[in-house]
Write a protein that binds this ligand. Structure first.
Ligand code: HEM
Length: 253
């Protein structure tokens, strides 16, 4: 009995020492389980961090130092955009806008399409002084975006620009009545106006969604009258681009 009593602690100590690792493993949870495989959470984080840093480095190298995120540049990583967001929109009259035409190196370069002003300073070779499209800088030349007449049409006035899309009547002796001609003319006028709208929208979206340009505000009216408004004839370059009736699908009246 006394022998038994004396051996009891020994047996339980032995059992405890055998059971202890099992119990510890059961209680230890994921961290210990991972550790028992030789991989800890810290190891996983280290590998992830290495992959992210390597990807950023490779992206920076491949995109010619332009992006750490394979071309993705959220707006909040572009300081000028953040600044505009914080300071609010820049609303300018045409006269104020004309100062941002690239001739003053201390000012950003702006251009406007359909009343929306965009900062295009990121491309001085195109819009800066002496640039190939410098004539668009410092103004709203929406009409020129439609007609392609870069000398005559540097104005926002779109009245009559739809003619650019109206077919030239170059077919002699068409066998249709005057009433049919009138209906056709009205339909083509509607289509032409839609084409102008689509062209303008396309250019506006081009600047709005461009990865280097961004919208800064709107052009505001200063009450100055445009004496030629609504009186502009279609410029010669645009006349040349008009579709010809004779080249249009036959039977489409
Ligand atoms: C309605 C007619 C046109 C409009 C409104 C227009 C407008 C523009 C604009 C806004 C840009 C600058 C794009 C940017 O910011 O990246 C551009 C670039 C360019 N456009 Fe046009 N364009 C027209 C017609 C043409 C034509 C017919 C040609 C060729 C003969 C042409 C050749 C170029 C070239 C080469 C560039 C690259 C800019 C450069 O390296 O200077 N464009 N165009």
């Amino acid at each position: 009995m006394s022998e038994l009593r004396q051996r009891q602690p020994g047996i339980s100590a032995e059992r405890n020492s055998r059971e202890a690792p099992v119990a510890r493993r059961q209680k230890g949870g994921c961290a210990d389980a991972a550790q028992s495989n030789g991989i800890s959470i810290l190891d996983i984080l280290r590998v992830l961090a290495t992959v992210v840093i390597a990807s950023c480095g490779l992206s920076y190298y491949i995109t010619n130092s332009e992006s750490f995120l394979w071309g993705y540049r959220p707006w909040f990583t572009r300081w000028p955009v953040v600044k505009t967001y914080l300071t609010g929109p820049v609303n300018l009259t045409p006269a104020q806008l004309s100062l941002y035409n690239g001739s003053d190196p201390h000012l950003p370069i702006y251009l406007a399409v359909n009343g929306s002003i965009f900062d295009v300073s990121a491309n001085p070779a195109i819009y800066g002084s002496g640039g190939s499209y410098n004539f668009f800088a410092g103004r709203d030349a929406t009409r020129a975006f439609v007609t392609g007449c870069f000398q005559e049409d540097l104005t926002p006035d779109l009245i009559g620009a739809e003619e650019r899309f109206i077919p030239v009547e170059d077919v002699e002796g068409e066998k249709i009545t005057n009433a049919q001609k009138k209906i056709r003319r009205e339909r083509e006028m509607r289509l032409a106006r839609t084409a102008v709208e689509q062209t303008v929208n396309r250019w506006e979206s081009f600047f709005r969604n461009h990865k280097k340009y961004f919208q800064v505000g709107k052009v505001v009216d200063d009450g100055t009258e445009d004496p030629l408004k609504g009186k502009r004839a279609l410029c010669e370059g645009a006349v040349q681009q008009r579709p010809k009736r004779s080249e249009m699908e036959e039977g489409k009246v």
